[in-house]
Design a protein around this ligand. Structure first.
Ligand SMILES: NC(=O)c1ccc[n+]([C@@H]2O[C@H](COP(=O)([O-])OP(=O)(O)OC[C@H]3O[C@@H](n4cnc5c(N)ncnc54)[C@H](OP(=O)(O)O)[C@@H]3O)[C@@H](O)[C@H]2O)c1
Length: 333
């Protein structure tokens, strides 16, 4: 049987370190082997997608390539008894969009054990407003709670607060009754963060201590860090006894120049978040929260909806740290 033709963003390597992006016609015959062929309706733009789209070999080794770590859509063909044609599904993370053709195209083919049935009470569109960034935010909040953080314990700091992970984290924490302090480099977007439910907005400069002191006055009961580097170091030093910090990103820096005192004198806990390899049982628990008790009423306020043609300008914005909220890719446009 001949394959179906479809449109996709294709990144090609032209000469050394020159990566060119264009919308091309592809065939499902070119997709990798797999159990489930999905007709993708929505995807989203994550920081990692922008790295893949601009030739970061730590994310994507071989080009030409179609990025997109997120996809939601309809099962078009299935060799798996778990999934039937016509079913609505989500696929995100694992190797999707890294070295497996991703959600910036109208079709993906993936192993059945990467596929999640769309939870009740969530549309395909809503699932991709969350996408991997929203999933990572919810996973981070779940880890804070699992380690004993609760609204009565005190303030929660969210760094990179206007970004994809940050903005969803602010929104979920506020919905759960936490006092959220949002740290941002975009102080002109303070009202956006207050509207999401932040109690206070602080600047990136205020979030970075340059005194070199081994510990700072304890303020945070919990921290959702999305940026790494000195902002994460400062947050750890300013976390209250028995407080919990989650760490998922490195847009500021991958370095962590720190000493052991916050851990041995205050018992603070630093929890790593890895959504890509998150096991399926935990993945389902997080999606259950996103579709259930934690579902945001204001999801549309976070979303900037774009077509394949409009991805390019948004890739450039996210690389410069200028993106706000979530970029939803509508492949039906
Ligand atoms: N571990 C995982 O499983 C996982 C999953 C998803 C994402 N991530 C990582 O999490 C991070 C955030 O992802 P995202 O999709 O939310 O990206 P994003 O939408 O670009 O958000 C990142 C935000 O960080 C802030 N920022 C940017 N550059 C900065 C700098 N040099 N110094 C300090 N802050 C800076 C900006 O927010 P403000 O202007 O508001 O400060 C920016 O909007 C990325 O590193 C991504 O790779 C990891």
């Amino acid at each position: 049987m001949s394959g179906k033709n479809f449109k996709a963003l294709v990144v090609e390597e032209e000469g050394e370190k020159n990566f060119v992006r264009s919308i091309k016609d592809r065939s499902t015959d070119e997709l990798p082997e797999g159990d489930v062929l999905v007709n993708v309706r929505y995807s989203s733009l994550n920081y990692k997608d922008a790295l893949s789209a601009t030739g970061n070999k730590g994310v994507t080794r071989n080009f030409p390539h179609t990025p997109g770590v997120d996809a939601s859509g309809i099962v078009a063909e299935s060799n798996s008894p778990e999934f039937s044609t016509g079913e609505e599904v989500i696929v995100h993370a694992y190797d999707l969009g890294c070295n497996t053709s991703g959600g910036f195209g109208e079709y993906i083919r993936v192993p059945a054990d990467w596929v999640i049935k769309l939870p009740a009470n969530l549309s395909l569109r809503e699932s991709m407003i969350y996408g991997t960034a929203g999933f990572t935010a919810a996973y981070s909040v779940l880890e804070l709670e699992r380690h004993g953080v609760a609204p009565a314990k005190g303030e929660i700091l969210v760094t990179g607060a206007t970004g994809g992970v940050g903005s969803v984290a602010v929104s979920i924490l506020a919905k759960l009754g936490y006092d959220v302090v949002a740290s941002t480099g975009k102080t002109d977007q303070a009202q956006f963060l207050l509207d999401l439910g932040a109690k206070e907005v602080i600047s990136r400069d205020e979030s970075r201590d340059e005194s070199g002191r081994p510990m700072l006055k304890g303020r945070w009961a919990g921290v959702v860090d999305t940026v790494g580097g000195e902002i994460l170091v400062t947050a750890i030093k300013a976390t209250k006894p028995m407080g919990v910090i989650t760490c998922c990103g490195n847009v500021a820096s991958a370095d962590l120049p720190l000493n052991v005192y916050p851990f041995i004198l205050r018992g603070v806990k630093l929890i790593g978040i890895d959504s890509q390899n998150c096991p399926m049982d935990l993945r389902l628990e997080v999606w259950g929260k996103l579709a259930g008790d934690w579902k945001l009423g204001s999801l549309d306020d976070l979303a900037n909806e774009v077509s394949l043609d409009e991805l390019e300008e948004n890739i450039q914005l996210i690389l410069q740290g200028k993106q706000k909220g979530r970029v939803l890719l509508n492949l039906t446009k």
